[in-house]
Design a protein around this ligand. Structure first.
Ligand code: NAP
Length: 308
């Protein structure tokens, strides 16, 4: 099969489009034919990308853990999926990803592809929507009537966090650049703070949940805008040292694959309540350019790779 493999640790320059062995599904595994994959720029920097599930080095890893495609074959013991089923998934890190013609997925990672989406749109969903879902609802405990502050609202994760917080019935305050203000408002933000001209910590004081997909100084200044009893949830930085405050919860987490949550997310998409945003599309042979584009840090929504 054709695949894009990493020939060493580093950035997009290490990606090579080439022939690779086609995987075969073992017991409890599913072989998916890839229609499209989503680009996760930072994936190339993570240790997990270069390790097996046992922590051993993994030679020539294939990135791209957002999958949309169809079931090509099932291994022994898989009874609830059949050839031709349209599926989407976040594939667990430490295994090969979907920047290839075929990829192995587990049934617990897979959900039916939303019927209103094609592969390109569906590949923009899994990692970003699951991260937003788990941040706001699993870790943050956001509920209707509360106030959420969402940093990086125009990015891959932020577009889902903004829409999901709105769907939940929260008051949604966001940070984004001025060029994205109308875009983020259209996603459901009640308020958009231009991070280049306004210090959000001077205007926000009452957030029940702050979701940080930016890190650095943005995260550091977020502690003081959370209500007592509220939550500061980051997907960028684990806590280093002592918490700044002990009257709020600080949570750093790494997104978990979940076919069950992707079913709920898919139902919202098919009901017209959640929309994937695709910034740009590249063919698999140009994966390197796709990762370079994502690494600029300013995509609007998600960059997607299509696999013909
Ligand atoms: N722990 C996990 O499981 C997990 C999962 C997913 C993602 N992540 C991490 O989360 C981060 C975001 O991922 P992503 O895919 O959403 O990234 P992305 O698509 O590159 O989006 C980044 C967004 O951040 C905005 N931004 C940049 N500087 C900002 C600032 N100072 N204040 C507010 N917004 C700012 C940009 O908006 P403008 O264009 O408007 O400047 C851009 O839209 C990455 O570091 C990623 O590695 C972690």
């Amino acid at each position: 099969m054709k695949a894009v493999r990493l020939h060493g640790r580093g950035g997009p320059e290490q990606l090579v489009y080439e022939e690779a062995p086609q995987p075969q599904p073992g017991p409890g595994e599913v072989l998916a034919r890839v229609g499209a994959s989503g680009v996760i720029a930072n994936e190339l920097k993570w240790d997990e990308t270069y390790q097996t599930v046992d922590g051993a080095p993994r030679p020539l890893p294939i990135p791209g853990h957002d999958l949309s495609g169809e079931v090509a074959a099932v291994g022994p013991g898989v009874t609830d999926l059949t050839m031709g089923d349209a599926v989407y998934a976040l594939i667990a890190f430490r295994r090969d990803g979907a920047d290839a013609d075929y990829v192995i997925a587990l049934p617990s990672e897979l959900a039916p592809r939303p019927r209103t989406l094609d592969d390109t749109q569906a590949a923009a969903v899994p990692l970003s929507a699951l991260t937003a879902w788990q941040a706001l609802f699993v870790h943050g405990g956001l509920s209707a009537g509360q106030t959420a502050l969402i940093h990086g609202a125009a990015g891959g994760v932020g577009v889902f966090a903004t829409q999901l917080a709105r769907w939940k019935g929260a008051r949604v305050i966001t940070t984004a650049s001025a060029r994205n203000a109308d875009f983020v408002r259209a996603l459901g933000a009640d308020e958009v703070i231009d991070y280049a001209t306004t210090r959000f910590d001077e205007v926000v004081h009452d957030a029940d949940v702050v979701f940080d997909a930016v890190g650095g100084d943005t995260l550091a200044r977020s502690w003081r805008v959370v209500k007592p009893g509220g939550a500061l949830v980051s997907v960028v930085s684990p806590l280093s040292g002592q918490p700044v405050r002990d009257d709020i919860r600080y949570i750093y987490f790494i997104v978990e694959p979940s076919g069950a949550q992707l079913r709920e997310i898919g139902a919202l998409i098919d009901a017209g309540q959640l929309h994937p945003i695709v910034d740009r599309v590249f063919p698999l042979a140009q994966a390197r350019q796709a990762y370079e584009a994502a690494a600029t840090g300013h995509p609007r929504g998600k960059i997607v790779i299509t696999v013909p």
